[in-house]
Structures are given as C-alpha cells and as structure tokens.
Ligand binder design. Structure first.
Ligand SMILES: Nc1ncnc2c1ncn2[C@@H]1O[C@H](COP(=O)(O)OP(=O)(O)OP(=O)(O)O)[C@@H](O)[C@H]1O
Length: 270
C-alpha cells in the first residue's frame, strides 16, 4: 500500500453558505476537490448545484464562509488575478452559451484571442485541433451556431472550453436535452479529456449514466429548505458504486427516481 500523502485540494469550500434574499440555498458546505477528481454533483432541481459551480470560480460570492483556489481565498484576489484564475477554468454551460453572432471558428478562438499573446497561426492550429478532438469535421468552422444541432453546439462549447488547456473543467448539465447516443458521445468526450490531460472536473448532472461512466466521486446535495437547521446538506460523498446502497434513504430514493412523498410535498408547497 502507498503511504503517499493525499494531494492538496485544488478547491476548498469552507463553511460556505449562500442566500438570495430570504432564501437560503447552500448552508455551511465543507467540500475539498482534489486535483484530477472527476466529481459529479447531483441532487434535485433547485438544490444549488449551479450556484456551487459559480462559487468555485468567484462568479458568486458566498454569503458566509470562503472558497479557496489552490489555498488562496478567491475573495482576496484582485480583479486581474480573478481573471487569470478564470482563464484556467473551462466551462460548459447547459445551453453551450455560444456567441450567436460568431461562427464556430471565432467561438472556439474567443478565449485564446482574449488571453492574448497567441499568434493567428497558433490560434488556427489550436482551434482545428480542438474541433477534431470533439469529433467534429473541420468544415464546421465556418458555420454559425444557429446552423448546428444541440449535440454539435455542446461539442463546440466543449472545444471552446478546452481551447485554453484548462486545469479545471466545470460542466453544468452537459447532456441535458440530448438523445442517449449523443449523451454518451459527451460522456466519452469528458472521459477522453480527462485521459488526455491532468484536468480536475466538476460535473453537475441529472444523468445517472454520466455519473456511473465518468465520476471518480459523487456528491449529493439536498435542498436546504427540506432540512432541519443542523442537518448536513451533503447527503452523500463517495464513489458512484455506493449510491444504490447508500445508508441514507433519500439518496437511494433519488437514484431510484421515485417521487414518493415528494409529489404531495411539491403540490402543497407555498
Ligand atoms: N443570481 C440569483 N439570484 C437569486 N436566486 C438565485 C440566483 N441564482 C440561483 N438562485 C436560486 O438558487 C436556487 C438554486 O439554483 P441552482 O441553479 O443552483 O439550482 P440547481 O440545483 O442547479 O437546479 P437545476 O438542477 O434545476 O439546474 C434556485 O432556487 C434559484 O432560483
């Protein structure tokens, strides 16, 4: 057995709470994300998964607690250093979030141009490489986003996120709205990305196939509003294989996809 010390976390959430007006969304979250984790975050709609992703890169500031990126509290970073940090993080948003007025080439090149210091020839080579890497033909470069299918848009979004060789990739429901085959294509691309470079990934997903195929670790969040004040909001933190027989019945209910009492609770909610 190896006695090697555990690597230092790349991201740490320490006592993080997030409240919007009177609505507490996250409360007292402690979470370490380790280099090269592929962490899937699951939990029912509205429990705060996307908010968690935004906190990791300082797009939101916690109401309480702190988020550390490589041991530095991100709220202490200057605007410039926060921008530099974000350049090391690739995002794939739910709707791929392409710029509709730019063609595929310019979308994928966007971050490289914004970063500066990269020649046009190097940008062109990198864009071509990333487009091929996500399984699209080079001919797609001249197309506008409106001409692409949902699956192609996601792959262009992934190519754009990967163009800057990120140390960390954040995926927000990367397979939502895709058919099962295209869902698996995206899962495979997530795996390939992980195999090609030492990237840390956080994947927010409702798709259990993605969890089982891609995750090295799963965290399940529970809606704050359904917990007692002292309850922990992370109901599960472990390997995907442990989900189906988790001790907590709420975890098993979620992965089995059973509404049970939630149907009446949702109907009776104010
Ligand atoms: N900027 C904001 N201002 C006010 N409320 C917000 C803001 N961002 C998120 N919320 C609220 O926080 C809660 C959690 O939102 P979040 O998008 O993180 O949920 P989620 O778990 O990702 O849900 P889904 O699975 O449906 O995408 C929601 O009730 C949402 O309305």
């Amino acid at each position: 057995m190896s006695d090697a010390p555990a690597p230092a976390p790349i991201v740490q959430l320490r006592g993080v709470s997030m409240q919007f007006g009177a609505q507490p969304v996250l409360a007292d979250i402690d979470l370490d994300i380790f280099p090269q984790d592929t962490l899937c975050v699951i939990g029912e709609s509205g429990c705060g998964k996307t908010v968690l992703l935004k906190l990791i890169v300082g797009l939101l500031k916690p109401t309480k607690g702190e988020v550390l990126f490589e041991n530095t509290p991100i709220h202490l970073l200057s605007e410039r250093n926060l921008t530099l940090l974000r350049l090391r993080v690739g995002f794939l948003f739910q709707q791929a979030a392409l710029f509709d007025s730019l063609n595929v080439f310019d979308n994928v090149a966007f971050g490289l141009r914004a970063k500066g210091g990269v020649s046009d020839a190097d940008i062109a080579a990198k864009v071509r490489e990333r487009i091929l890497e996500v399984g699209l033909p080079a001919s797609v470069e001249a197309k506008m986003p409106a001409e692409l299918s949902g699956g192609m848009r996601k792959r262009v979004g992934l190519a754009r996120a990967l163009a800057l060789d990120p140390d960390m990739m954040l995926y927000d429901e990367p397979t939502t709205g895709l058919d099962p085959i295209m869902t698996d294509v995206i899962n495979e691309l997530i795996l390939q990305t992980r195999a090609r470079r030492p990237v840390t990934s956080v994947i927010v997903t409702h798709e259990l196939r993605t969890v089982h195929k891609c995750a090295s670790r799963v965290v399940m969040l529970y809606p704050r509003s359904r917990l007692k004040p002292d309850d922990k909001q992370i109901l599960y933190d472990g390997p995907p294989t442990g989900l189906a027989h988790a001790d907590d019945a709420r975890v098993r209910q979620f992965v089995e996809g059973e509404a049970r009492d939630r149907l009446t609770e949702l109907r009776d909610a104010p």
